[in-house]
Design a binder for this molecule. Structure first.
Ligand code: NAD
Length: 351
């Protein structure tokens, strides 16, 4: 079964979707695109898509069953609702909407129209994330209690519409949504506390460098950091477990696990140990023979699963992998993180 597919917005990310679908998703037949910018429309035409003159023309095209929305964030809600009301199934880019209340409106329409509605949370298929998730879930480093997840760049201010509040710009709605979604999917527990520190180093009106702390029911806590002015990167993931520590340095997934040797127990020195920074017992280096270094587990995620699952859900053969309810949890967390920054303190929650 092949479904007719169209794009709304034909900018950077839409071009990626188009190429990816053309190269990997035989179940979708690319038909056309609508963009309000003439240059974007021209690009769509050059890439062999039918160019619609307005949104209604696209919605009236009975060849199109599934639509991907890849516009700036502030118009996702209004466009998604129009598509769903026109009987189309919808894939929406992240952040799905500007906040949880908007998403609830979209979910109500999707349910009323009995259409598939999903969100392109593609970073659930990142290899570094899958390795981290596997380490947290498989007990290889014992029970995880601190997870640090970071993306750090040095390109400065948020670019284009991402620099404006009214368009849904800023780092929390940009990468924050990815890292929050990843951690909520990785830790199968209630989120019980959040705290945000959002700063704009170079952007005029939105945050471009942020630190978020999320606390879970078991006591596990996560630090998520995104920066646009960092010239020496920390590891992409740093995970502390009761029996060891894992580091994933970067998107190439270099890294290792260091854990207690199976036959060596934790040994405290009898006396104070003298390091080059002075005396200490708690922070003294561990004797080498008591720990071992292991390679990271292997993961080979296949992002084509995302669109294949969308098609299989439309045909009734599968359940959605990325559900609106999962995205709603993420957006409720994002709302609370914005509020945390506004009032200047963290919150207890039950999300
Ligand atoms: P972009 O500026 O490159 O493209 C957006 C396009 O939408 C532009 O061509 C613009 O003319 C068009 N547009 C604006 N309003 C429109 C409207 N009302 N109707 C039709 N077209 C309209 O932005 P981008 O980087 O492609 O981002 C688009 C979306 O994709 C955003 O929601 C962004 O958060 C998301 N995104 C996701 C990822 C990811 O990894 N999942 C990566 C980048 C961007």
């Amino acid at each position: 079964m092949q479904y007719g597919w169209a794009l709304i917005g034909y900018g950077g990310m839409a071009c990626w979707h188009h190429k990816f679908v053309r190269d990997h998703i035989a179940q979708l037949c690319p038909i056309g695109a609508f963009d309000i910018r003439a240059e974007a429309a021209k690009k769509a035409e050059d890439n062999d898509l039918h160019v619609y003159q307005n949104l209604q023309e696209l919605l009236d095209d009975t060849r199109v069953q599934i639509i991907t929305i890849a516009t700036p964030n502030d118009v996702h809600k209004e466009i998604a609702i129009r598509c769903l009301r026109a009987g189309k199934h919808v894939v929406c880019e992240k952040p799905v909407t500007m906040n949880a209340a908007e998403l609830e409106e979209v979910i109500a329409v999707a349910e009323a129209e009995n259409r598939v509605f999903t969100i392109h949370h593609n970073r659930r298929w990142d290899r570094d994330y899958r390795i981290a998730r596997s380490l947290v879930g498989n007990g290889q480093i014992g029970k995880s209690y601190f997870i640090e997840s970071r993306v750090q760049g040095s390109r400065g201010a948020m670019h284009g519409w991402r620099g404006y509040k009214q368009n849904g710009g800023g780092m929390l709605l940009d990468w924050g949504v990815h890292l929050v979604d990843q951690i909520l999917m990785m830790v199968p527990e209630k989120l019980v506390s959040v705290n945000a520190h959002l700063i704009n180093v170079f952007s005029d009106e939105v945050e471009d460098s942020i630190k978020l702390t999320l606390g879970f029911e078991s006591g596990l806590s996560a630090l998520l950091e995104m920066s646009t002015n960092c010239f020496i990167n920390q590891p992409r993931w740093h995970i502390c477990g009761t029996e060891g520590t894992a580091v994933i340095q970067n998107w190439d997934c270099e890294g290792e696990i260091v854990k207690l040797n199976t036959d060596a127990k934790m040994e405290w020195a009898d006396d104070i140990v003298y390091t080059s920074a002075g005396p200490t017992r708690t922070m003294a280096p561990r004797p080498k023979h008591t720990s071992e270094r292991l390679p990271l587990p292997q993961e080979k995620p296949d992002l084509s699963e995302f669109y294949k699952n969308v098609c299989a859900t439309v045909s009734g053969a599968e359940e959605l992998l990325v559900t609106p309810q999962q995205a709603l949890r993420t957006m409720k967390t994002i709302d609370l993180l914005f509020e945390s920054e506004r009032v200047g303190h963290g919150f207890a929650c039950n999300i």
